[in-house]
Design a protein around this ligand. Structure first.
Ligand code: ATP
Ligand code: LTN
Length: 331
C-alpha cells in the first residue's frame, strides 16, 4: 500500500520562534520516518503582508537551513520552496471557484491580520486559506501537522476538498490536521493570552530560534507572570503555565515533575531554569544552521531536487483537476 502523506509549511516572514519550533518543526522531525513528507517554505503566503524582497530571499534560505538543522532529512522528505512549484498558484485559482467569500471573511487569521495591517487588506490576505488548501491538496495529503492557530485553515482545506469531490467526482484525498499534545500553542511572554508570534512587534514577547543564551535568559526573566510565587499549572496563571509548558517540552519532564522540582522555590529560580533549558537545547541547532548557511551549494542542491520531486507530484494532481473541470489540454 502507498504510504500516508504528510504536508506542512512555515512562512519565511520574520524570525522563527520557539512556537514555530515546538508547534511545527519538532513534530515534523518526529514523524518524518512514518510518512511520505513534503515540507515547504511558504514564501507565496509571506507576501500577503509587505516584505522587504532581499530579506524575504535571505530568510527563505535561513528557514531551509533551519529545517535541516532541526533534523529534517532531505533523503526522507521533500523539502522545497513553494514559489518554485507553479501548480500551487494554478490550483489555488481553480479552488477559488469552489470557495465562498463569506467563509474567507470569517477566518480568524484574516480578521486579525486585517486589523493589524489595516492599510493593506489585499485580496491575497483574504485568499490565503485557498492557497494553503492548494498546497495541501496538490500532494494528496492525509495529515497536516500544525499549531492550533492553523487548524481552522486545515478545516477549510477539508471542506474545499469535499466540495470539489462532490461537484466533479473523486479527486482529492481529504486531509486532517494533526495537533501536538503539548506545545500546540506557546503563548507570548509579555501577553500570555496571545500566542507567541514571529511578527509580534515586541521582541521581548518571543524567544527567537536565533537568540543567544543571554538574550533568552533575559527575556524569560522579564516574562509576565502573576503576583503569587507558586510554580503551578492553572488556568488563572496563564504566564506561569506557559513557562511550565515550555520547560516541560524542552526538558521532556511532565508538568507534575516540573511543579515538584520548583515547589517552595520562587519565580526567579524557575525563570532562570527555563531560560537555561531552552538556550541549551537551541545551541546545537543554531550551530548547525550556521554551518549549513555557509554551504550554499549544498542548500541550493537540496532545494532544487526538492522542487523537482514536488513538481512531479503536483503536476499529476493538477492534470487530474484540469481534466475534471473540463479545461482543454490539447486533443
Ligand atoms: P506570523 O506571526 O508571521 O503569522 P507565526 O509565528 O504565527 O507567524 P506561522 O508561519 O504562521 O508562524 O506558523 C508556522 C507554524 O508554526 C504553524 O504550524 C503554526 O501553527 C506554528 N506556530 C506558530 N506560532 C505558534 C505558537 N505560538 N505555538 C505553537 N505553534 C505555533
Ligand atoms: N499558513 C501556514 C503556513 C502554511 C501551511 C501550508 C501549513 C502554508 N501552507 C500548508 C500547513 C500546510 C502558517 O502560517 N502557519
Amino acid at each position: 500500500m502507498e504510504n500516508k502523506v504528510m504536508y506542512s509549511a512555515v512562512q519565511p516572514s520574520g524570525n522563527l520562534t520557539i512556537g514555530n519550533y515546538v508547534g511545527a518543526i519538532s513534530n515534523w522531525v518526529r514523524l518524518q520516518s512514518e510518512y511520505d513528507c513534503y515540507f515547504a517554505i511558504a514564501n507565496m503566503h509571506s507576501i500577503t503582508v509587505r516584505q522587504e524582497p532581499a530579506e524575504l530571499r535571505r530568510r527563505t534560505l535561513e528557514v531551509a537551513a533551519l529545517y535541516l538543522a532541526c533534523g529534517i532529512d532531505p533523503e526522507k522528505c521533500t523539502l522545497y520552496v513553494q514559489s518554485q512549484v507553479p501548480q500551487h498558484a494554478e490550483l489555488a485559482w481553480v479552488l477559488n471557484t469552489v470557495t465562498y467569500v463569506g467563509e474567507m471573511q470569517r477566518m480568524t487569521q484574516f480578521k486579525d491580520k486585517s486589523q493589524k495591517h489595516a492599510d493593506n487588506i489585499n485580496m491575497g490576505l483574504m485568499d490565503y486559506p485557498v492557497l494553503m488548501a492548494a498546497d495541501i491538496l496538490l500532494y494528496q495529503t492525509d495529515l497536516v501537522p500544525v499549531g492550533l492557530d492553523q487548524k481552522q485553515h486545515v478545516e477549510i482545506a477539508r471542506d474545499v476538498a469535499i466540495r470539489f469531490n462532490n461537484r466533479y467526482g473523486e479527486t482529492f484525498r481529504v486531509p486532517e490536521a494533526l495537533l501536538g499534545k503539548t506545545g500546540a500553542k506557546i503563548m507570548s511572554l509579555q501577553e500570555p493570552d496571545k500566542k507567541m508570534s514571529k511578527s509580534d512587534e515586541n521582541v521581548n514577547a518571543s524567544i527567537y530560534l536565533a537568540d543567544d543564551k543571554d538574550t533568552i535568559i533575559r527575556k524569560f526573566k522579564r516574562a509576565v507572570t502573576d503576583s503569587e510565587s507558586e510554580v503551578r499549572f492553572a488556568a488563572e496563571k496563564k504566564g506561569v503555565s506557559n513557562l511550565i509548558s515550555i520547560y516541560s517540552i524542552f526538558t521532556k519532564k511532565s508538568v507534575e515533575e516540573v511543579e515538584r522540582e520548583f515547589a517552595g522555590k520562587g519565580y526567579g529560580d524557575f525563570k532562570l531554569a527555563v531560560g537555561e533549558a531552552v538556550a541549551d537545547a537551541l545551541a546545537p541547532v543554531q550551530a548547525e544552521q550556521k554551518r549549513l548557511l555557509a554551504d550554499k551549494a549544498y542548500l541550493n542542491g537540496v532545494l532544487a531536487s526538492g522542487a523537482e520531486r514536488a513538481f512531479k507530484t503536483a503536476r499529476r494532481t493538477l492534470g487530474k483537476v484540469y481534466r475534471k473541470v473540463g479545461f482543454y489540454q490539447g486533443e
